[in-house]
Design a protein around this ligand. Structure first.
Ligand SMILES: NC(=O)c1ccc[n+]([C@@H]2O[C@H](COP(=O)([O-])OP(=O)(O)OC[C@H]3O[C@@H](n4cnc5c(N)ncnc54)[C@H](OP(=O)(O)O)[C@@H]3O)[C@@H](O)[C@H]2O)c1
Length: 245
């Protein structure tokens, strides 16, 4: 199988930003979508928007921190379409803060969402891909894993974990599965600065509005990796605005 047409693709964090843009990009190219996120109304709006353009899509309320929610996502794909071709693990939270603020709940949320959440997706999809003898993981990292800047230490560490887990999984995946890391730089989404303290949030939003690329740029990168033929693994894509150092 190559291309995007007809593929069954599950996306976490599909209710806004990069996940939403990816849903549109893949839907326009004929993918069948199972979309997951926590905010039911926002998720339904994305499902309705892609469906209005003729795509086959369904939404599942999932919190990636919960193992059973990821199983519900993959089970929904199997029940509805009989298979799962791609899992895009994109859900994330960018509640960055200086260490001195000791925002431990935000630290925990980033670890739970990016690290445990990714592992929950792997545990749910890997047995399905093994049974099928085919499947692709697309994991959304960040340029923060490559260049650490204050006050992004915890966020960067969790995204470094995403990078390492993706490479470890790729090496164990064998010839039938594909494993892709897509690491975006500054992207114009509502998640930038969300949950951060007022000063940090204001600075991030200002910088976002100056230099960020549209989420469709990341969606195109994901689409490129998905569209390659079965035997071709695009292992890593870093996509950032030209103005980002
Ligand atoms: N924007 C950037 O500059 C940038 C740069 C590099 C990497 N990234 C990464 O790109 C990914 C998407 O972020 P974004 O920029 O598109 O921000 P966003 O618009 O805030 O999107 C984040 C998505 O993740 C979902 N989500 C958060 N926690 C979740 C959980 N526990 N379970 C399920 N879904 C959850 C959110 O939906 P609900 O709230 O409805 O659950 C939302 O759909 C993240 O992994 C982020 O770290 C972003």
């Amino acid at each position: 199988m190559s291309g995007i047409q007809g593929k069954v693709i599950a996306i976490t964090g599909a209710s806004s930003g990069i996940g939403e843009a990816t849903a549109h990009h893949l839907a326009e190219r004929g993918a069948r979508l199972v979309l997951g996120a926590r905010r039911r109304e926002r998720l339904d709006a994305v499902v309705d928007a892609v469906a209005a353009r003729g795509a086959d899509a369904t939404g599942v309320v999932v919190d990636v921190r919960r193992r059973e929610d990821l199983r519900l996502l993959t089970d929904t794909a199997l029940e509805r379409y009989g298979r799962l071709d791609v899992l895009v693990s994109n859900a994330g939270t960018m509640a960055v803060s200086p260490f001195d603020e000791l925002r431990q709940d935000d630290w925990d949320a980033m670890v739970a969402t990016h690290v445990t959440g990714l592992l929950n997706g792997i545990a749910a999809a890997l047995p399905v891909f093994r049974r099928q003898g085919a499947g692709q993981f697309v994991n959304v990292g960040s340029t923060a894993a490559y260049v650490v800047r204050p006050p992004q230490g915890v966020y960067a560490a969790t995204k470094a974990a995403v990078k390492v887990l993706t490479e470890g999984l790729r090496q164990e995946a064998g010839p039938d599965l594909r494993v892709t890391l897509v690491s975006p730089g500054f992207t114009h989404t509502e998640g930038v600065g969300k949950g951060a303290g007022p000063e940090v949030a204001a600075a991030l939003v200002r910088r976002r509005d100056e230099i960020a690329m549209p989420p469709s740029a990341v969606a195109s990168a994901i689409g490129y990796a998905v569209a390659q033929p079965d035997g071709v693994d695009v292992s890593e894509i870093v996509v950032r605005p030209t103005a980002q150092d």
